[in-house]
Design a protein. Structure first.
Ligand code: ADP
Ligand code: ZN
Ligand code: ZN
Length: 824
């Protein structure tokens, strides 16, 4: 029998996503020479407008287009294989629909710069450029020559130099070879990383029995003996022995190794090391699971089988990380990939080093501080199926080959929400969607579940697995509330410290235990006041008071970054007697140094830990016991694990609850519970002191009782009463304009439109808590919607129409309107 196959479909057009804020995809024609070669998810070079070239991603292939459409041709295919799967494109579609942004904005968030060149892209010479390189093609030579004479060239200029339309191919090759670079990364210019190693000469490597001869050869030099012994020690643990490690272990320098190389004992060599893979120190196996962990793993596996979303609610120190690792192992064994999301990479060096110790270079970390080349390396690793991808929110966009499991650690963390620019997505929610689209399970882990997630458990949408005890049988810390008002009245307070807290610190120090103090405010003091007339030192560009930073001796704006010198006197009445009010981490550190002159005190906040390395230096010092008291902002709350911290002090518990929105209680509960969770994790029971003016605040009492259920029940009731999420879906609109008058006009126009269509669901316009930032006046609308996809999509259409109307209104055309779905 003859089976007749239908001829393979020939698509003549492609809908392409461009990395610009276009509402839709743009249609291109597939030219004859590319017929049958263009696939969904491929990156292609296309022209847009008169002369602009872009890298686009093929969204869909089309057989026909509406008659009369003059589609420009696709110019070239940039990578032979698709860089995105249909699942990922589905994810992009969802993101742009759900978060009301364009596909181009999603593309920009998702793809590393090297993979989306455009004619504006600037190029410059890279570190691997060598004037005498004989292997350059004629065209490559022309480009590098031009770059020698001009610091930088745009891709458009390169086109002119080569006198050809498409240059992406050549440029990509030069980028791969690191002969040229994208200019935006000049600051952190990529250098090939070389490490100097040493190994035994071939003879000794092959015949270890002969090693005795090597010892004989250096018996006359004690330094050479030391070096050889150090080498043997280190080589037991490491495949490649770096020269540096010998210098450190044997206290010798390069001349000793060179002499030994001359004698034929050692061979010196260098190796390029990948930047995303690090030399792994000692490999370890993960510890035995505790009974509680075994049970949790079994329960989660049950949930995984049903491909469900599962909340792992485990108290601080219960050992959730070890549970994740067990689950990862199963996926790795089957050849799949795991995405392990963590809130902020810089703040999680501890977890990454724990993972790397066990899984070595199966672990790849993706974060915002990687340069463009490193990002491409990580992308390729994901495409190649590397097993454990760890990253902050943007790692959701990696092109996974075989994603089998997503873990969202600290699912409650606000930094999962991207504030700016669009897409303004919550990575936890997006992860749940990604899991759904891939038909794989997702695990959300935390000690302090978000109200939304816990509501999903209660309504049966998610599974729940609990770990109620700390690992190793350690008891949960004791939490004590101290009344600041009472201490003030009795004159027992010293600066911002209650007598109770000071006593605990003193005890801890004398027992050689460590202390963590928490205040969620950096700088020395948040305001400078005139007591006569009430004048406040404020920012010129923003409606906020300036924070005094003592070390820099200046007043800084935490919103626009501008700063001012210390004023001589009040700018309003001339009174020279000005008062600093309130305190931040810098003042606490300062005062502590006077109260405990012997103690080693350090501060961990945005000012002292701006870079990843300054952060890890402080963490390491604290781990090693070189710091007695660590003062910090919310930076110290995130998943840190120290053995010897017994006392934790929260200096202003009520302040942590004073956010100006409906998540205030939730945030405060999470923040304080997480800080408290740093106490007494390993050896002894911890002690937590909460200082507060308000000692009757229900949330504080719930924290005191470590009563998450009680907190949840009360909070969810309030959300229900006022129709806040999870009982509604919120969309926040923020209007920005440099002129207050036009902002008010625009707000009125939008208000009329929105309220006509959606009535009482619309609240606003309202001036936000801070009404002006960087000289832009702000106005908010809040829209509370019924929780249905239909309501959301209708609302988004109404909003879009409203924005168009505003932009067509005289004087209002330059109003910026930001749409934020599920705002924070
Ligand atoms: P959580 O993330 O739940 O707060 P961690 O995962 O940080 O807790 O675990 C708390 C501490 O207990 C860590 O120091 C961790 O190394 C240790 N730990 C947890 N499980 C094990 C285990 N199975 N074997 C050895 N140590 C463990
Ligand atoms: Zn004054
Ligand atoms: Zn400012």
């Amino acid at each position: 029998m003859n089976i007749e196959f239908a001829p393979t479909q020939t698509y003549l057009y492609a809908a392409v996503i461009l990395p610009i804020a276009l509402k839709k995809t743009y249609t291109y024609q597939i030219p004859d020479e590319l017929l049958g070669k263009v696939e969904q998810g491929m990156s292609v070079e296309v022209q847009f407008g008169k002369s602009k070239l872009y890298t686009g991603v093929v969204h869909t292939l089309l057989e026909t287009v509406e008659p009369g459409l003059q589609a420009k041709p696709i110019l070239a295919i940039l990578e032979e294989i698709p860089i995105l799967s249909s699942k990922q494109l589905q994810f992009w579609d969802w993101m742009s629909t759900y978060y009301a942004c364009t596909l181009g904005e999603v593309m920009n968030a998702a793809m590393p710069a090297n993979l989306k060149l455009s004619s504006d892209t600037k190029l410059s010479l890279g570190s691997a450029y060598d004037e005498n390189d004989q292997n350059l093609s004629n065209k490559e030579f022309l480009i590098t020559e031009a770059l020698r004479h001009n610091q930088e060239l745009s891709l458009g200029q390169v086109r002119k130099i080569l006198n050809q339309k498409t240059v992406h191919g050549i440029v990509n090759k030069l980028l791969d070879k690191k002969i040229i670079f994208l200019n935006e990364q000049v600051a952190a210019r990529y250098k090939r990383k070389k490490v100097a190693y040493v190994r035994l000469e071939f003879l000794y490597r092959e015949e270890p029995d002969l090693l005795q001869e090597a010892f004989d050869l250096c018996s006359k030099s004690s330094r050479q003996m030391e070096a050889l012994m150090a080498f043997i020690q280190i080589s037991r643990k490491k495949k490649h022995v770096s020269r540096k490690s010998i210098y450190e272990a044997a206290q010798v320098d390069g001349s000793v190794l060179k002499a030994m190389a001359k004698k034929g004992i050692f061979e010196l060599y260098e190796k390029d090391v990948s930047r995303i893979d690090s030399e792994i120190d000692e490999q370890e196996t993960a510890g035995e699971l505790s009974e509680q962990q075994i049970k949790a793993v079994a329960e989660i596996n049950n949930s995984i089988k049903k491909k469900r979303v599962c909340l792992l609610h485990g108290v601080t120190g219960s050992g959730k990380t070890r549970v994740y690792m067990e689950l990862m192992q199963d996926v790795i064994d089957k050849g799949g990939q795991v995405l392990y999301l963590i809130p902020e990479i810089a703040l999680t060096t501890q977890i990454i080093s724990r993972l790397k110790k066990v899984y070595g270079n199966d672990v790849v970390v993706y974060h915002s501080r990687l340069n463009n080349n490193e990002r491409v390396e990580v992308w390729k690793a994901a495409l190649a199926g590397r097993s454990i991808m760890v990253g902050a929110r943007s790692s959701l966009f990696l092109p996974f080959k075989k994603l089998e499991l997503i873990i969202v650690d600290e699912e409650h963390d606000p930094s999962y929400k991207q504030i700016d620019p669009a897409p303004r997505y919550n990575a936890r929610d997006a992860a749940v969607y990604l899991a759904f689209a891939n038909k794989i399970p997702a695990i959300l882990g935390t000690a302090t579940p978000s109200i939304e997630t816990y509501h999903n458990v209660k309504t049966g949408k998610y599974d729940l697995v609990e770990m109620k005890e700390r690992f190793g049988g350690i008891e949960m810390p004791e939490i004590q509330l101290v009344d600041k008002r009472d201490e003030l009245k009795k004159k027992k307070m010293k600066q911002e410290f209650t007598s109770v807290l000071l006593e605990e610190i003193k005890n801890a120090l004398s027992n050689k235990e460590q202390v963590i103090l928490f205040q969620n405010r950096r700088g020395y003091s948040p305001t400078l006041n005139c007591q006569l007339c009430g004048w406040k030192m404020e920012c010129l560009n923003c409606d906020v008071s300036l924070t005094y930073h003592k070390f820099a001796d200046q007043f800084q704006c935490h919103y626009c970054g501008s700063s001012k010198r210390h004023p001589e006197s009040c700018k309003a009445c001339g009174n020279p007697d000005l008062n600093l009010k309130g305190f931040g981490t810098e003042k606490i550190e300062d005062d502590l140094k006077i109260l405990f002159p012997e103690a080693k005190i350090k501060r961990l906040d945005y000012d002292t830990a701006k870079t990843k390395s300054s952060f890890s230096t402080i963490i390491n010092q604290f781990e090693e016991g070189d710091i007695d008291i660590l003062v910090g902002t919310q930076m110290i709350t995130k998943g840190l694990d120290f053995e010897n911290v017994r006392v934790v002090g929260v200096l202003s518990a009520d302040q942590a609850l004073a956010y100006p929105d409906f998540r205030a209680s939730e945030r405060g509960f999470q923040l304080i519970t997480q800080v408290a969770g740093r106490a007494g994790r390993k050896k002894i029971k911890g002690k937590v002191i909460l200082q507060s003016f308000d000692i009757k605040h229900p949330v504080i009492l719930e924290i005191l009782d470590q009563d998450f259920q009680g907190f949840y029940n009360r909070e969810i009731q309030e959300r229900k009463e006022f129709g806040f999420p999870p009982y509604s879906r919120m969309i926040k609109l923020t209007l920005k304009h440099a002129k207050l008058m036009y902002l008010q006009d625009a707000s009125r126009v939008l208000e009329t439109h929105l309220k006509y269509a959606m009535g009482a669901r619309v609240q606003g316009p309202a001036i936000p808590h801070i009404g002006r930032i960087r000289n832009m006046y702000l106005m908010n609308f809040w829209i509370k919607l019924e929780k249905s996809p239909l309501a959301a999509s209708q609302a988004k259409k109404i909003i879009e129409a409203g924005i168009n109307i505003v932009h067509k209104t005289e004087g209002c055309s330059s109003t910026r309107i930001i749409v934020d779905v599920d705002p924070y």
